[in-house]
Design a protein around this ligand. Structure first.
Ligand code: ADP
Ligand code: MG
Ligand code: ZN
Length: 609
């Protein structure tokens, strides 16, 4: 509202300024003496008048002494007549230089029009200013149903070469662009042009990025809209925006319409808790209607991205809609290295840097995490006052991305330090001594994020499958901290609570999901499983209370077994544990090779988990 007031004030100000300017130009200059016609006649008779110039009804008079004066005559009569009727002396009149001047056309029209036109112009400017302001400021007020469709207005152009990995996604998209450009080739063979492609994958895997690359490469108009914009403000707008978006795209065909974060509107209808969101449902319905409304050779392809395919309305996935689905996975070792390389561009790295080593340490990182890592590396380097980003800084950046920044400043008592050293030493030693465990990369008692200390173990290669023995080793290692505290101090601390939570959840999965317990190869509970999201949502309990008790018992057994394994290892290798803990208290952090170096004299033989 205040905007409107401001506009009006501006308008008034403009008017005032214009009228000031106007009056400054039009107002006559300070008037010369005005003579009545009688006075003029007297002066002529007295021989004081040199010339009279007639311009319309105005008389400009020059006297013999050089001064000037003005006068006016009647409109209908000529000047000579007028003077004569007033009794001018014809002799004296002859000495007066009488001239009649035509009003120039320009002056005539200006005199006529300016007084009427100027206010109109001023009012026009006033309204123009108001509308312009209103349009840019409170956009919505004048364009309810507009979709804010951006025509590939990404700031910097992205090409496929800027996207590492994601081979399947790229191939699929290239094919589709080919469809758009040469439909005949496909139509002749009876193929149907795909309507919609859904990009699915965890956050940060490059869905938006690869779509932008399509915009950069395809050479067809590319329209971009984020689904959350559909439902932005007013009820009823989502649907009309959708219509608008599709219309714009169709008009520009062949074209690509990219709907980012489609889950914002594409949720299962009628599934909302506490009543569905009408607005969203209408928007979704409109999307469906529009996609169905494409005829056989509409050359518009709808690209959409989501990281929650699990909640999408099944209607979206029916043939003729988003019938092609591309999964974008977290990058594997080679892809991580490639992504790091891309984001190393423009950064000043030390010569000897080995990005592969960084990639090895970062399984589970998404593309966005890796981009973040390179940036953190640069920041850490700058903070240290160095000129080149080194291997050290990148490793540290990786840890920072995983665990949050080091909190060296946190004051911990000597006792706490000792407990943490034995806790982490316990994890590390169990990991080193149990078969099938991943090697230890780093042990530290420096607090990070919420963790008191940490033991990093990393798989040497990306794993897609894990065996029961590996899980058992993991469980034993998770309990290593707790067990070590208990054996050393006869007491346990809250530092182990997170370990216990994770161990319990893993044990439960072994029983209920992987069929790895004594209950045999069966699963319990209906779970909607999004493998790549690394989480599942239990939706239905499809087993009896009796079975529930047995599941609990199996979980308990897994944990008990892991505890026993950890206890056996730590009891057998007490001197090694002491050595590791003492070194940790002294140095605070041990790299993998330092740690294994410490263990050499103790000749630790691997035991089964
Ligand atoms: P999302 O899948 O959540 O849409 P984005 O496409 O927004 O993820 O990716 C976020 C950022 O991560 C990108 O801007 C880019 O810098 C980086 N990134 C992600 N994947 C890749 C990749 N495959 N190659 C290069 N950079 C990537
Ligand atoms: Mg995105
Ligand atoms: Zn722990």
């Amino acid at each position: 509202m205040s905007n409107l007031v401001k506009n009006i004030l501006w308008g008034i100000l403009t008017l005032v300024i214009i009228s000031l300017v106007f009056s400054a130009f039009v107002a006559p200059p300070p008037a010369p003496t005005t003579l009545s016609l009688n006075q003029l006649v007297d002066k002529i008779n007295a021989g004081q008048v040199k010339s009279v110039t007639v311009n319309g009804n105005d008389l400009a008079i020059t006297l013999t002494d050089g001064s000037t004066a003005v006068s006016k005559k009647e409109a209908e009569t000529g000047i000579a007549e007028t003077l004569k009727s007033l009794g001018v002396d014809p002799k004296a009149m002859q000495t007066v230089n009488l001239a009649v001047q035509d009003q120039s056309g320009w002056e005539f029209w200006a005199n006529l029009l300016i007084p009427t036109l100027l206010p109109l112009i001023a009012i026009g400017i006033f309204f123009w200013l108001m509308f312009r302001q209103a349009k840019t400021g409170a956009n919505q007020a004048f364009s309810f149903g507009r979709s804010n469709l951006k025509l590939s207005t990404f700031k910097d152009k992205v090409m496929f070469k800027d996207v590492a990995g994601l081979k399947e996604a790229k191939e699929e998209l290239i094919e589709v662009v080919d469809f758009l450009k040469n439909p005949k080739k496909f139509l002749d063979l009876g193929a149907r042009i795909p309507r919609g492609i859904l990009l699915m994958g965890p956050p940060g895997t490059g869905k938006t990025l690869v779509a932008r690359a399509v915009a950069g490469e395809s050479g067809v108009p590319f329209f971009y809209i984020s689904a959350s914009e559909f439902v932005e403000m007013f009820v009823g707008v989502g649907a009309s925006r959708t219509r608008d978006a599709f219309m714009t795209a169709k008009r520009a065909a062949p074209a690509i319409l990219f709907i980012d974060e489609i889950d914002a509107v594409g949720r299962q209808r009628g599934a909302g808790l506490g009543g569905g969101n009408d607005e969203r449902e209408q928007t979704l319905n409109q999307i469906l209607v529009e996609m169905d409304g494409f005829d056989r050779d509409t050359r518009v392809i709808v690209l959409a991205a989501t990281n929650r395919p699990d909640i999408l309305d099944p209607a979206l996935l029916r043939p003729g809609r988003f019938d092609r689905r591309v999964i974008l996975d977290l990058p594997d070792l080679n892809d991580r290295e490639a992504i790091l390389k891309i984001h190393a561009e423009g950064k000043i790295l030390a010569k000897n840097i080995d990005l592969r080593k960084v990639a090895v340490r970062t399984p589970g990182f998404s593309g966005a995490d890796l981009a973040n890592l390179m940036n953190e590396g640069a920041i850490i380097t700058a903070r240290r006052g160095k000129k080149l980003i080194g291997q050290e800084e990148l490793f540290e950046a990786a840890e920072k991305v995983i665990l949050g920044p080091e909190r060296k400043s946190r004051v911990i008592s000597q006792k706490e330090k000792e407990i943490t050293a034995y806790h982490e030493g316990g994890h590390a030693l169990v990991a080193a001594a149990v078969k099938d465990a991943d090697p230890v990369q780093k042990v530290s008692i420096i607090s990070r994020g919420f963790a008191g200390g940490y033991t990093m173990k990393l798989p040497t290669e990306d794993q897609h499958l894990k065996t029961r023995n590996q899980f058992l080793a993991d469980l034993a290692m998770m309990l290593g901290g707790y067990t070590s505290e208990k054996l050393t101090f006869g007491d346990v601390s809250t530092g182990a609570s997170n370990d216990l939570k994770e161990a319990s959840s893993l044990a439960r999965r072994l029983v209920m999901k992987y069929g790895m317990s004594e209950l045999g190869p069966t699963t319990f509970g209906k779970t909607e499983d999004m493998v790549f999201l690394g989480r599942e949502i239990t939706t239905e309990k499809n087993y009896s209370e009796k079975m529930a008790a047995e599941i609990d018992e199996q979980v308990r057994k897994f944990i008990a077994h892991a505890y026993e394994t950890a206890e056996r290892i730590l009891k057998t290798h007490k001197p090694a544990l002491k050595k590791v803990a003492d070194t940790l208290m002294e140095k605070e952090t041990l790299e993998g090779d330092e740690f294994y170096g410490l263990l050499l004299p103790y000749k630790i033989k691997p035991v089964a988990g």
